[in-house]
Ligand binder design. Sequence first.
Ligand SMILES: *[C@@H]1O[C@H](CO)[C@@H](O)[C@H](O)[C@H]1NC(C)=O
Ligand SMILES: *[C@@H]1O[C@H](CO)[C@@H](O)[C@H](O)[C@H]1NC(C)=O
Length: 204
Amino acid sequence: MCRPLTISLAMASMLSTVVTNTTIAKPASAARSFKAASNAASLRPSVFKLTHNPTLRFEARRGVAMASAGGAETQVQKSEEEWRAILSPEQFRILRQKGTEYPGTGEYNKNKAEGVYNCAGCGTPLYKSTTKFDSGCGWPAFFEGLPGAINETTDADGRRVEITCAACGGHLGHVFRGEGFPTPTDARHCVNSVSLKFTPANKS
Ligand SMILES: *[C@@H]1O[C@H](CO)[C@@H](O)[C@H](O)[C@H]1NC(C)=O
Ligand SMILES: *[C@@H]1O[C@H](CO)[C@@H](O)[C@H](O)[C@H]1NC(C)=O
């Protein structure tokens, strides 16, 4: 476990809560979040209470799905115990403890079927098969994720950029850019198969 969950959740609320009274004084950074949130097309009305204090607290009515500017529609929050109960030990090791599967062993490394790759933790769609390419690296590679589905964080050593599911924070792998792959983005989302659950396209 690395990042304190409370920070992510606070950020999620800031980006996702519908604000109906913007006259309350707030720091400039929060104001930008408000503006971004107001611009999001997917916002839906919700009842909320805004408490202005040094930590800027928002309380959204429970049960209202969160929508955020460019973020995941729904945030999935579970305790470590809950994750352990629903994930296999290998899924837990990789998704929740940021492990890595042994190269060349993953179920989807060579999968060329049409469909969608969802998060193995929470089921959120992450990648379309049309963005998958053979990187030869030993892990499934995608040149882009579905819009807003993937979060990026620089590793502690500052060298690699970690990718996580924007909905549940599950560890997917890393993204590398500018390696010279002949794809539309020249980005390589290097993803553990264990972090993914493939749904084949409906052939009808
Ligand atoms: C918005 O908040 C301000 C400052 O707290 C308050 O004076 C005003 O009455 C509020 N307006 C509405 C519509 O709630
Ligand atoms: C992913 O990033 C978005 C935008 O910054 C944020 O709202 C969301 O909480 C993040 N997801 C997680 C699981 O931290």
